[in-house]
Each structure stands twice: as structure tokens, then as C-alpha cells.
Write a protein that binds this ligand. Structure first.
Ligand code: AKG
Ligand code: FE2
Length: 265
């Protein structure tokens, strides 16, 4: 099957979801992607994961979940979803003042059951403090590839925390989660644990504080993420594994095949 025949069935975001995203820094999107398509994505994910089961667990991030970065470069169904015009349209509707977005990265995430030597919790953090973009209009679509009951580790968010700007990096040292650094975050409302079904998604701002509990079920938590940013963002030159050595120019847009502008419908 060629790329051209694959069209990802993504629905339009609602006005209420846009309002939720703006107010809370994230939104829940039930049934964002049609179940048949997601069932195929799940099969593809399991095939890839079977090939690369044992992983290094060196960094603090690796202790929280496994990653298969840039999966959309290796798999046409993931590419069809990540480059879906409808999805890009949804993303521009959520972000304020953004007409077009680039794809930053895709990722297949696996959180193994905590029993034994599985993964731990994802500590509360913001995504933006790591990024070499000069503006924070950026968000991640986090799609459940199979049912994810709350105790399997769906994300939780500090509602409204995206309104406080960049609060610093996490995953750098032991105990440097956002709450240790900023105990006042506890005054904000923590979103309720949510049960996601395959095809449900959350979308979160790069500035909202989010984390996830360990997986207390006996099967792995499987999700796919795609992160998008304002196509007008300029490269700051900040050191970042993904962008170092790509030849990007400081104070210029991310005009590079790694960061395609996603066409809208
Ligand atoms: O899936 C997780 O536990 C964390 C994912 C995350 O932090 C992100 O997608 O920004
Ligand atoms: Fe994150």
C-alpha cells in the first residue's frame, strides 16, 4: 500500500475542546481517530516493539517510558496520521494566533507494567523548556493505541499551569520534577484520572505541567504522540539532540525536511 492511498480518519475538534485547551492547557478528545485505523496502528506498533524489546534505561526519561522516536519516518500509517491535514487543522485551531504548523517529532511510547523492573511514573514536567524554538505555541497529540484505563497511566495535568510561562527543565536530576521545584503548583487543580479508549486522545500545550502514574496493569500502555509547533517559530540555537548538526540557522524558521509544514484541508 502506498502512502498516497492512506488517509487517516481524524475528526474535527469541537468548540468546547478548544475552550478546554485554552483554559486548562490540555483537552480530552474522545474518538479523535477512527477505531479501525487505530487497530492497525496498534498492530504495527506491536510488530516494531517485538523487534526491539530490551532497552537501555540510562536517562530519567527512560525510567518512565520507552520510546521509538520518529516512527512516522518508518511507517506509512503513522506518517499518514502525523501528516493528516485534518489533524494539522485541529492543532492550528487550538493554538492561538497560529495559521500553520510544522511537525516536530513523532513517537511510539510504551510504559511497561511497574511490577518487576517495569517503568515508573512520568514525573510532572513541561515540554517547552527543552526546546530550541523561540516561541511556545506548540502542542502534543497523545493518542491511545489500545484502551488505557487510568491506572495504566493516562496523563494528568495541572489545569491552567500553561499560563505561568516556562518553569524550567525536569528529567535532569533526581527529584527535579516540577512540583519539587514549584510547590505552589499544588494550589492548581490536578485533572482527574481518565480512562481512555483506543482512538481517544489528549492534546497538551508545551507549557502545561503534566505527568503520569506508573502502569499498574499487567499489559503495556501503548500510545503514539505527534508534536507540532508554529511554522513561524525561529530556531534559537539552543543545544538539543534532535536539531544539533542539522545546519539550521539561528533566527531563521525550521526550513528542513525534518520539520515539514503540514498542509491543511
Ligand atoms: O506518556 C507519558 O508518560 C509522558 C509523555 C509526555 O510527557 C509527552 O508526550 O509530552
Ligand atoms: Fe511531556
Amino acid at each position: 500500500m502506498g502512502l498516497s492511498v492512506l488517509r487517516a480518519p481524524v475528526r474535527e475538534v469541537t468548540e468546547q475542546e478548544i475552550a478546554d485547551f485554552r483554559a486548562n492547557g490540555w483537552a480530552r478528545l474522545p474518538g479523535l481517530v477512527a477505531p479501525e485505523f487505530v487497530a492497525d496502528l496498534k498492530e504495527r506498533a506491536l510488530e516494531r516493539l517485538a523487534e526491539r524489546r530490551e532497552r537501555f534505561r540510562n536517562s530519567f526519561v527512560d525510567q518512565a517510558f520507552g520510546q521509538d522516536r520518529d516512527i512516522a519516518r518508518h511507517d506509512e500509517a503513522y506518517a499518514a496520521l502525523a501528516l493528516s491535514p485534518q489533524l494539522a487543522h485541529n492543532v492550528t485551531r487550538l493554538l492561538v494566533g497560529v495559521d500553520a504548523v510544522r511537525l516536530q517529532v513523532t513517537n511510539l511510547l510504551i510504559k511497561e507494567p511497574a511490577n518487576g523492573d517495569g517503568h515508573g511514573a512520568t514525573v510532572f514536567h513541561q515540554d517547552f523548556p527543552w526546546m530550541p524554538m523561540d516561541r511556545s505555541a506548540m502542542l502534543t497529540v497523545w493518542l491511545a493505541l489500545a484502551d488505557i484505563p487510568a491506572d495504566m497511566g493516562a496523563l494528568r495535568f495541572y489545569n491552567g499551569s500553561h499560563l505561568y510561562g516556562s518553569l524550567g527543565r525536569s528529567f535532569v536530576r533526581e527529584d527535579d520534577d516540577a512540583l519539587s521545584q514549584h510547590p505552589w503548583l499544588e494550589t492548581l487543580e490536578l485533572s482527574e484520572p481518565i480512562d481512555l479508549e483506543a482512538g481517544d486522545a489528549t492534546m497538551h500545550s508545551s507549557l502545561v505541567i503534566h505527568g503520569a502514574p506508573a502502569n499498574r496493569r499487567d499489559s503495556p500502555r501503548l500510545s503514539f504522540t505527534a508534536t507540532y509547533f508554529d511554522a513561524n517559530a525561529l530556531y534559537t540555537g539552543a543545544a538539543y539532540g534532535q536539531t544539533d548538526g542539522l545546519g539550521l540557522e539561528v533566527n531563521k524558521p525550521f526550513d528542513h525536511p525534518m520539520f515539514p509544514v503540514v498542509p491543511r484541508p
